[in-house]
Design a protein around this ligand. Structure first.
Ligand code: FE2
Length: 296
């Protein structure tokens, strides 16, 4: 990847907590907004402590048992596939041995927690459904948003892995495309600890692939006529804690492994339009006990 260290423009909210016309033009052109100081330091701390509490409560043997006593690949897939309406911890690949036993301390072993923190944990619920975010989402074109997914991504020192180039719409597909990603930096994100990288403007190329259930299993299906990402145009988003990065569902993004000694906690939310079609072939499905709920 070329290191084209261009500073991506920052966007400020207006006095009403909304976006001005220039910001919306920038959003449409680039597929991304970087809004610094969206969260206070204490809000970051509250979410970090809530995340650490969930890690404390996590019983690694639960996942380890699942993975070691059954066909590991199938069990891992099932653990993931049924997590859309739960709070589950997912381990770093390098954190477990072949039998699924932890080989690093639990506090360093978790890659992420997903995928319904926003509906099942009161701390994350309060933050996720805040009016300011709802206003912003509406301005970005989602007049009837539903919060579909939430994740706490840890990117722990030395072990936090790479997230390869992808578009969120690949995984959270709607027709028409409606997903918007909200990425909240709970800690400073830098080149050293694995900040986001984006390909500004390449959201207009459409989706390159879809991750979907086909022939009984989840598969990555490439669109034959899709244009490739031009990774030579990659721009890093080094941002301070409290920053909100908004990502169009078709915007390619990436993050490097964390080779530093500092963690890089981020909280993410994904909203979709209630009026868009949400296929049953998407990986993320929720049971009737926990339907998606109107937000605004
Ligand atoms: Fe993503």
């Amino acid at each position: 990847m070329a290191t084209q260290l261009v500073e991506f423009p920052r966007t400020a909210l207006n006095k009403l907590g909304g976006l001005d016309g220039d910001a919306l033009t920038h959003w449409q052109a680039s597929g991304c907004l970087v809004i610094e100081e969206f969260m206070t330091v204490s809000e970051c701390q509250v979410l970090k402590h809530a995340a650490d509490r969930l890690v404390d409560e996590f019983e690694p043997n639960e996942a380890a048992t699942i993975f070691s006593t059954r066909d590991a690949r199938h069990a891992k897939s099932e653990y993931f596939e049924t997590s859309g309406d739960k709070i589950r911890c997912f381990l770093e690949e390098d954190a477990v041995d072949d039998a699924g036993r932890l080989i690093v301390p639990k506090s360093q072993a978790i890659n992420k927690i997903g995928h319904a923190l926003h509906d099942l944990d009161p701390v994350f619920e309060r933050f996720s459904y805040q009016p300011l975010l709802a206003t912003l989402t509406k301005q970005l074109g989602l007049s009837d948003p539903l919060l579909l997914q939430s994740m706490l991504i840890f990117k722990q020192p030395s072990i936090g892995g790479e997230v390869t180039w992808h578009q969120d719409g690949t995984f959270l597909f709607t027709e028409p495309q409606s997903v918007i990603g909200f990425w909240f930096a709970l800690e400073d994100a830098t080149l050293e600890n694995g900040c986001l990288w984006i390909l500004p403007g390449q959201h207009d190329r459409g989706l390159r692939s879809r991750f979907m259930r086909q022939d009984g299993s989840l598969q990555m299906v490439d669109y034959p006529n899709a244009r490739d990402f031009d990774e030579s145009k990659a721009v890093p988003l080094e941002v301070p804690a409290g920053t909100l990065v908004v990502l169009h569902g078709s915007l390619p993004h990436y993050s490097a492994p964390n080779l530093s000694q500092k963690s890089r906690y981020a909280y993410t939310l994904h909203a979709i339009s209630a009026s868009a079609a949400y296929p049953e072939s998407n990986w993320l499905q929720r049971g009737s006990h926990l339907p998606l709920r109107p937000w605004i």
